[in-house]
Write a protein that binds this ligand. Structure first.
Ligand SMILES: C[S@@+](CC[C@H](N)C(=O)[O-])C[C@H]1O[C@@H](n2cnc3c(N)ncnc32)[C@H](O)[C@@H]1O
Length: 182
């Protein structure tokens, strides 16, 4: 975080409790894939891999080359692309993986620059089909930032169903789990 404060934006990897909440209730079937945005060192990935049934696929997009190296060592059966989430639609198209059933974000979206947030929304709009899900966490201290409120409003205008599922207090910092279904 000290080396790349604007992109990493977290004091510590997500806790196991938050990772479980982020994967809870999701299942990726054989003709579907799950995309993770900003897997970092794999705290969420460790739980996400368990929701993938036989034949389902995973694709993680991480900007930091050092994290990508770590992720490939830690999860040799999963696919990681060193790229920006602002290119998520194209990265998925190039990967040949099945349609995306769920996008799970490990990004600290509300502290990212406005143009990057706009690009992320454009990509989600292009990636997700009816029935698909977008899930993210939002740190409690950032929940009422204007950028966070604006992001939720824009997502809710694109995705019909919005839920704030849980407040995970055993995480540093505590975080809400938010889910949109198209
Ligand atoms: C808040 S950290 C969370 C890491 C991990 N998901 C977790 O929950 O512990 C955000 C991660 O997103 C990555 N990231 C930030 N901006 C990105 C971008 N534009 N494209 C891809 N990854 C990005 C960072 O390198 C970092 O690994």
């Amino acid at each position: 975080m000290l080396k790349n404060p604007t992109s990493v934006c977290a004091l510590a990897p997500s806790s196991r409790m938050l990772a479980r909440a982020m994967a809870s209730g999701l299942e990726i079937d054989s003709d579907e894939s799950v995309m993770e945005l900003g897997p970092g060192t794999g705290a969420l990935t460790d739980q996400i891999r368990h929701i993938i049934t036989d034949g389902g696929e995973y694709i993680g997009i991480e900007l930091e080359p050092r994290f990508v190296g770590l992720l490939r060592e830690r999860f040799p059966n999963l696919r990681f692309e060193q790229n920006s989430v602002t290119r998520a639609f194209q990265v998925h198209a190039d990967s040949g993986t099945p349609p995306v059933k769920a996008v799970i974000s490990g990004l600290s979206i509300s502290t990212m620059p406005g143009p990057v947030i706009d690009e992320i929304i454009v990509n989600l709009d292009r990636l997700l089909r009816p029935g698909s899900v977008f899930r993210m966490f939002q740190y409690v201290h950032a929940y009422y930032l204007p950028s966070a409120i604006r992001f939720r409003r824009r997502m809710s205008s694109l995705f019909s169903d919005y839920r704030c599922d849980a407040l995970v207090v055993r995480n540093l910092p505590p975080a809400f789990v938010l889910t949109w279904t198209r």
